[in-house]
Ligand binder design. Structure first.
Ligand code: DHB
Ligand code: FE
Length: 308
């Protein structure tokens, strides 16, 4: 049986991708940002998921504003990087997992979530930047990916609660897949940021930190945040955080916070990152021993205490 071994959330700022592509990661401004993901990359290298489901949003790259699906699942065998205006990012083509993706589509749609099925799709920084942050910049990505694109660019986006419920449906879908796959789910985007208008540059660290706290402890509380509250408190683009709730809905009710990182700013954005694991993780059957991952997690726990 497939199962979800962890949830990861990360901001997806395009300038982070540009810093990687232009070899600026050692510059002091960027070093501060990338340093926060060093331990996460170690954790990911040890966790070695078989598949990653990456919940992200397209920024009018694959979908023009003419057609904007609310939830679009990538069922293709591969997803090339999109041209976002400066040419496609020089990252490997993302390999898909059409079998698991079709199974998720069937299970979730029969559970009455009306996904759009994408058999051809390009992926933008919303997906590839978090992949770089967690997987580094290898010649080939280490595992297949199922992209789930969520509309947070054109009003009305889905509600926080709807996203959380979709996460639960995805969990059920994964757990009913017969092959013994270890799956990591990503929620991307956020945290507080506003790119244009009189409030451009808005950051609300208090809101972001409470969101991170509640993501592990009281996600139900986060499902009651309205669009207006996201907009008022976290800026116009802060709504991207609803995607983190799809990830959270796909995890157990009780989770352990393995790692957290928060820094301001990167470009216009507050960068937030968290790794959550089920409390039952080491109890479950695993193809790989959990001990190494647990050691990495223990090292990271002391980092959380320092960064809070
Ligand atoms: C920025 C952040 C985003 O999430 C995005 O999609 C585009 C730009 C920014 O900080 O500039
Ligand atoms: Fe974005």
């Amino acid at each position: 049986m497939a199962r979800i071994i962890a949830g990861v959330a990360s901001s997806h700022v395009p300038a982070i991708g540009a810093a990687i592509d232009n070899k600026q990661t050692e510059e002091p401004y960027w070093k501060r940002v990338f340093a926060g993901f060093e331990r996460s990359k170690e954790w990911m290298a040890e966790a070695k998921p078989d598949v990653a489901i990456i919940v992200y949003n397209d920024h009018a790259s694959a979908f023009s504003v003419e057609v904007v699906p609310t939830f679009a699942l990538g069922c293709a065998a591969e997803f090339p990087p999109a041209d976002e205006g400066w040419g496609p990012r020089p990252v490997p083509v993302v390999q898909g997992h059409p079998e698991l993706a079709s199974h998720i589509a069937q299970s979730v749609i029969l559970d009455e979530f009306d996904l759009t099925i994408c058999n051809k799709m390009e992926v933008d920084h919303g997906l590839t930047v978090p992949m770089n942050l967690l997987f580094g910049s290898p010649k080939q990505w280490p595992c297949p990916v199922i992209p789930l694109a969520v509309n947070v660019v054109l009003y009305p986006p889905p509600t926080a609660n709807r996203c959380f419920m979709l996460g639960k449906a995805i969990r059920k879908a994964v757990q009913s897949y017969p092959e013994d796959l270890r799956v990591v789910i990503f929620g991307t985007g956020g945290m507080s940021h506003q790119i244009s208008g009189p409030r451009a540059g808005l950051i609300n660290s208090k809101f972001d930190k409470a969101f991170l706290d509640n993501l592990s402890k009281d996600p139900k509380k986060l499902t009651r945040i309205s669009h207006l509250e996201f907009m008022r408190e976290a800026g116009a683009e802060g709504i991207e955080m609803v995607m983190w709730l799809i990830m959270r809905g796909a995890l157990d009710d009780k989770v352990e916070e393995t790692y957290r990182f928060y820094t301001v700013p990167a470009s216009n954005t507050a960068v937030g990152h968290i790794i959550l694991e089920p409390k039952t993780r080491s109890a479950g059957k695993s193809k790989r021993p959990a001990a190494k991952v647990k050691r990495a997690a223990a090292r990271m726990k002391s980092d959380i205490r320092r960064s809070k």
